[in-house]
Design a protein around this ligand. Structure first.
Ligand code: MD6
Ligand code: FE
Length: 218
């Protein structure tokens, strides 16, 4: 990449973008202007494909409850982790990816230097107090060249951004209602997780945190 292109990319970051890796940005409050367009379709998705606690291949029930929308949805059971076009609970296709989700993901990705992001999968995670996500890599997607756009709603969470090895010491990044994180490129396979959610009640979302991540899975 030429120096000029690099400088241009750097100056395109809005004032509230925090860089936490070479290709990882937290866009503080980026989703807030979209909230009224995000919540009604989110509710409709979760009505058609209710949140459920899934089992890991190791036989543990996850503390986080999951659902999906888009052409592909991420699932786990005793046979492993994978993306499927159908909700295993209902046998029906996952609900369509709402247009407002696609627009938010495209715009956030572009700000972080990933042009033309067209997600085909959206994993929705719901945390209640005490729920956590242990350190993991996201490696079930076919193409690691696309970024992941992650939207946080509701109670604050402490995100852990680790390195390329599980043993690399993670950096803690607080994620608040409306924050959007975008990461890809050289950071795409970094280990990451979420510390146990603390008790609380959020004025809009109640006693929970919802995180949804837009991906190119297929
Ligand atoms: C969460 N997020 O924030 C969990 N994975 O609740 C993830 O596991 C995640 O935020 C890949 C990319 C972005 C993420
Ligand atoms: Fe992840």
């Amino acid at each position: 990449m030429s120096l000029e292109l690099f400088d241009e990319a750097a100056t395109r970051q809005p004032p509230r973008a925090e860089q936490i890796g070479p290709q990882t940005f937290v866009l503080r409050a980026f989703a807030l202007p979209f909230i009224d367009d995000l919540l009604p379709p989110l509710r409709a998705v979760l009505k058609a494909a209710p949140l459920r606690r899934m089992m890991t291949p190791g036989g543990q029930t996850m503390s986080v409850a999951l659902s999906n929308c888009g052409q592909l949805g991420w699932t786990t059971d005793t046979h492993g982790y994978r993306y499927t076009p159908l909700d295993p609970r209902t046998g029906q296709p996952w609900p369509a990816l709402p247009e407002a989700f696609q627009r938010l993901a495209h715009d956030a990705a572009a700000l972080a230097g990933f042009a033309d992001f067209t997600p085909d999968a959206c994993l929705i995670n719901r945390y209640v107090p005490g729920a956590r996500m242990s350190l993991h890599q996201d490696r079930n997607e076919r193409d690691y060249s696309a970024p992941i756009v992650s939207v946080s709603l509701g109670l604050p969470a402490m995100f852990q951004m680790g390195g390329q090895q599980r043993s690399d010491r993670p950096v803690r990044v607080p994620l608040l209602h409306g924050d959007v994180m975008v990461w890809g490129g050289v950071d795409r396979l970094r280990f990451h997780g979420v510390l146990p959610l603390r008790e609380g009640v959020h004025s809009v979302m109640g006693a929970q945190r919802i995180n949804f991540t837009l991906r190119k899975a297929g």
